[in-house]
Design a binder for this molecule. Structure first.
Ligand SMILES: Nc1ncnc2c1ncn2[C@@H]1O[C@H](COP(=O)(O)OP(=O)(O)O)[C@@H](O)[C@H]1O
Ligand SMILES: [Mg+2]
Length: 323
């Protein structure tokens, strides 16, 4: 096993039970994060990004079903971990920052109580030491007047401040992997950039592994080492960020990147005809085939084996398969 690998998701299949049947969302998702590596995950809304991230921490909603696959964290399969091991993993190793900072914070408790609770569960510290650690985390997250924030309820803070609190919580201790799932999507335009700058700065400084799920393609391009492109529950292209952005191979990636007007672009799905398929009865073969301008017969039959088009840059598309 490669010792530098922190997280490895292999062949992940996840579906949801619903009142109208079972949806087959993820179909063989894979993802590798090396120590200290920053990874971007992009793709239209509904492509299964959040489902993948929640599977990693095993926090899927109760109707979510992991049908197949393995998720290794430093060689140990998260999907086989016992409850205590899982708690340990979430408290000390991997943390997650969600799209909605409001629902991530229990409204009944002051920020300080929430932080002390996490710190005391994770580290064997005296009350005063734990408080010092919490204040330092708030200070690191560039929150003005950390003492006041510590004494506030979530509703007393603005959305931007709440997300900074979530970032502070996510960075407590020596985390090895931070998963940020569209961390600025729900924030006001005026503070999106500030919060993103803070997060990217802290991730760089601490040299932690990072999975950045975002529709802000400019921000992804600037801040990650490698990028994965997801479409309808499949990873269809991945590789070093600059290679994928400057030389996108998959027709879906090409469309996705074409729609970005400039670095700050946040919306991109407008330029692609059609929409993400219905997961109750998804298209056969390559799930993109009904929307693809280059569709061939074989695309309707089998999902294409990935091809390495340049070092580390892979694409799963029949256009590039050697015949
Ligand atoms: N709790 C759930 N029950 C049923 N379907 C769900 C649930 N959560 C997500 N889904 C479905 O799974 C698909 C992928 O969603 P999601 O992982 O949130 O995608 P993304 O994060 O890329 O927008 C969507 O079709 C969504 O409706
Ligand atoms: Mg999502």
């Amino acid at each position: 096993m490669d010792k530098d690998i922190l997280l490895e998701v292999k062949n992940l299949h996840v579906g949801y039970k619903t009142h109208i049947g079972i949806s087959h969302v993820l179909k063989g998702v894979h993802l590798t994060v090396h120590k200290g590596e920053r990874i971007g995950v992009i793709g239209e809304s509904g492509s299964g990004k959040t489902t993948t991230m929640k599977s990693i921490l095993r926090i899927l909603p109760s109707n979510g079903m992991i049908k197949e696959g393995e998720i290794f964290y430093q060689g140990e399969n998260i999907l086989e971990m016992k409850y205590e091991e899982l708690l340990e993993l979430r408290r000390k190793k991997i943390s997650m920052i969600f799209q909605d900072p409001t629902s991530a914070l229990n409204p009944l408790f002051k920020i300080g109580q929430l932080m002390l609770d996490i710190i005391k569960h994770s580290y064997n510290l005296e009350e005063s030491e734990a408080k010092e650690m919490a204040l330092k985390a708030l200070r690191d997250a560039a929150l003005p007047d950390p003492e006041r924030v510590f004494d506030s309820y979530p509703f007393q803070l603005s959305g931007g401040m709440r997300q900074r609190v979530c970032i502070a919580l996510a960075l407590i201790g020596d985390r090895e992997l931070i998963i940020a799932d569209e961390p600025t999507t729900n924030l006001d335009v005026t503070i999106k950039a500030q919060v993103l700058n803070l997060l990217t700065k802290l991730v760089r400084e601490r040299n932690v592994g990072w999975i950045f799920v975002s529709q802000a393609l400019g921000a992804v391009r600037e801040n990650v080492d490698r990028v994965y492109v997801m479409y309808a529950g499949n990873i269809i292209e991945w590789g070093p960020t600059e290679k994928v952005f400057s030389n996108p191979m998959h027709p879906y990636t090409q469309k996705l990147l074409e729609c970005v007007p400039k670095l700050t672009g946040t919306e991109f799905s407008k330029g692609i005809r059609g929409r993400i398929p219905n997961y109750f009865n998804p298209p056969s073969g390559c799930r993109f085939h009904p929307r693809c301008d280059f569709v061939m017969d074989e695309c309707k039959k089998t999902f294409p084996e990935p091809v390495e088009v340049e070092t580390g840059h892979f694409v799963a598309c029949n256009l590039y398969r050697r015949r």
